[in-house]
Design a protein around this ligand. Structure first.
Ligand code: URA
Length: 439
């Protein structure tokens, strides 16, 4: 295989034979193919796209570039979920312990926030002591003991993706459906799960700005997983307004605890239960969606999922006392309420602006190596369709520096728009996508 010939083929719009993809990616992972050739191929893929067979081969070779987690000593069906990322999305934190209470194991390998989207690992790391960097063995130990474990990508899990993702990040090649599909699915397929539910977000605060793009991404990933023998379902969900009422790491842990104690915001709870019901169906634990929903509601209300979350956090080195008394979580030194400039109905809460304000406050990162401030963010967010009177708080900014507070304020106050009559709230779950061949 001559690397430049492979690049030329893709540049000219041809489909690459599986052997070319395998040899090229092997060479890149081992370092015999340099970054500049990989970047050129990624850009050619960005412009020319890939056939489904090409994406499936790319996923397979990236998945096999490192170790596959062996979860076989946990004698339960295994299911995970993955969100393509958004603002205020803490569903994984509520869902993993909830599903673990239903005799199903949840081996979850999550990511950090990048750009305006938050990351599950950053949220968990606002709990003092919580370790996201367990070895694969310790990860499976935690899974065996409490039914769920949430860690970050280890050095040996899909290393080809780790290397390629960093390169895409600095070469303008992130927003490509074949590359995103292979990146997400290579990691998820390596973590030892039998089934996977994807939450593919669309809208201002998501990677995919249009519903059509989100649908294509969802379909591609569902079919790749199905081809590899996994039970697959994808939900297409709204990310035009933030999920829940908080954005920012420790603030989202506070909202997670509220949800696990039975008083979470409606959209967060609905999306968690709906996603969970699909997970239970895929594992065969509940054949019927309505019964799965009722079972999950009962578990949430019983407090068992909160107890399970405490166990997981403790097993991963975290201090559970901050969850029993959330005032012990990191908190910011400055707080500023932003009040409604007029009375009316909330017509929009621009998730992208809220996400940018969080990055300015320090809750998110611009570069992969940036440190995040766990205490800062936004709480008490109004939701589309709610009525507010002039002077009523729309949200509260939490900051640790006056200059950041001022900059975030300028961004976030423009996020909320108003109407005189009640608008139709966005549809939270727009569609549910199953593999073409069923399951
Ligand atoms: N998340 C990933 O893991 N990979 C991508 O390419 C995009 C989002």
């Amino acid at each position: 295989m001559v690397p430049q010939w492979v690049i030329e083929k893709k540049r000219d719009g041809q489909a690459l034979p599986a052997d070319d993809i395998r040899a090229f990616m092997d060479g890149y992972t081992r370092g015999t193919i340099p970054d500049y050739q990989m970047a050129a191929l990624a850009m050619a893929i960005y412009f020319r796209g890939m056939t489904f067979d090409e994406v499936a081969t790319l996923t397979d070779v990236m998945m096999r570039s490192g170790d596959l987690v062996d979860t076989s000593r946990v004698p339960l069906p295994k299911v995970d979920k993955h969100s393509t990322g958004g603002i205020g999305d803490k569903v994984s934190l509520v869902l993993a312990p909830l599903i673990a209470c239903c005799d199903v194991a949840v081996p979850m390998i999550s990511g950090r926030g990048l750009g305006i989207t938050g990351g599950t690992l950053d949220k968990l790391e606002s709990i003092p002591g919580y370790r996201t960097n367990l070895s694969a063995d310790n990860f499976v130990d935690v899974l065996a003991r409490c039914g769920c474990a949430i860690i970050g990508q280890t050095a040996t899990l899909a290393p080809a993706d780790k290397k390629l993702y960093a390169l895409r990040d600095v070469t303008g090649t992130v927003p490509s459906i074949p590359l995103i599909s292979a990146s997400i699915m290579s990691k998820k397929l390596a973590e030892g799960t039998d089934a996977l539910v994807l939450d593919v977000k669309w809208g201002q605060g998501a990677f995919m700005k249009s519903l059509d793009q989100a649908r294509e991404l969802a379909r591609t990933m569902v079919e790749i997983g199905a081809r590899m023998g996994k039970g697959m379902t994808a939900l297409l969900t709204d990310m035009n307004q933030p999920l829940g009422r908080t954005a920012g790491n420790a603030l989202e842990i506070v909202e997670t605890v509220a949800a696990l104690q039975g008083h979470g915001p409606d959209d967060l709870v609905t999306l968690t239960l709906e996603t969970g019901a699909h997970m239970l169906r895929l594992t065969g634990r509940e054949p019927d969606h309505a019964r799965a929903l009722a079972r999950l509601r009962g578990v949430l209300d019983s407090g068992a999922a909160f107890e399970r979350f405490l166990s997981m956090v403790t097993l991963q080195g975290g201090d559970p006392r901050v969850l029993e008394d959330v005032t012990r979580l990191p908190s910011a030194s400055l707080r500023r309420d932003v009040s409604a400039p007029r009375s009316g109905y909330v017509a929009g809460v621009d998730a992208e602006r809220i996400g940018r304000a969080c990055v300015v406050l320090g809750a998110g990162r611009v570069k992969v190596e940036d440190l995040v401030d766990h205490a800062v963010g936004i709480s008490g967010l109004v939701k589309i369709g709610e009525h507010v009177t002039k002077g009523q708080p729309l949200f509260t900014l939490h900051a640790n520096a006056e200059n950041r507070l001022a900059e975030a304020l300028a961004l976030a106050r423009e996020a909320v728009t108003f109407a005189d009559s009640a608008p139709t709230p966005p549809t939270l779950i727009v569609d549910v996508i199953h593999p073409a061949g069923g399951r």
